[in-house]
Design a protein around this ligand. Structure first.
Ligand SMILES: Cc1cc2nc3c(=O)[nH]c(=O)nc-3n(C[C@H](O)[C@H](O)[C@H](O)COP(=O)(O)O)c2cc1C
Length: 146
């Protein structure tokens, strides 16, 4: 969470609040509420990332903090993923989130059960290609090979 805390934000407003969840009961509840991340129930740790509702930079600033936390985790061979996108009001209620905040996402953390890089997404073919000639100064289509 330290890398999230240190993330640069617009005007250094830091319009986020992070909630660490370690209790197995609460992790189980998070897994049930975040339908696109049922696996949170199996994780030993989650960080719920909340943002100030009124901040115009909440999403972008907190997304940078999320990226830092997720990449730092993977860099130490701890698996992590982003779950949800502002559709988690039940999670806010569960965690007694006060009114100025809303939940942006839940991050799960845990040791991967499979070898890293062996998944179906591995390899550069999964990502959009770069433009063929990136010095042409105009829009060029990028294809997504799937
Ligand atoms: C804004 C955002 C929302 C996401 N929401 C979910 C989610 O609800 N559940 C999930 O399992 N993954 C979620 N992800 C993870 C993406 O699905 C994943 O990063 C993407 O498919 C690429 O896969 P990779 O990270 O393994 O390369 C989200 C990622 C982003 C950036």
């Amino acid at each position: 969470m330290e890398v999230g805390r240190l993330t640069a934000s617009s005007m250094n407003r830091q319009p986020w609040h992070f909630i660490v969840v370690k209790s197995p009961e609460t992790l189980d509840q998070l897994g049930n509420l975040a339908r696109s991340g049922l696996y949170i129930a199996e994780a030993p740790l989650a960080i719920v990332v909340t943002i100030e509702k009124e901040s115009p930079f909440g999403v972008s600033d907190a997304s940078r903090a999320i990226q830092s936390m997720v990449l730092t985790a993977w860099g130490t061979r701890i698996g992590s993923n982003w779950v949800g996108f502002k559709n988690l009001s039940d999670v806010g209620a569960l965690l007694d989130l006060p009114e100025p905040f809303e939940v942006l996402a839940v991050l799960s953390f845990g040791y991967p059960t499979q070898t890293i890089g062996q998944g179906k997404n591995s390899g550069s073919h999964w990502q959009k290609s770069l433009p063929e000639n990136d010095s042409d100064n105009h829009f060029q289509p990028q294809c997504k090979r799937m």
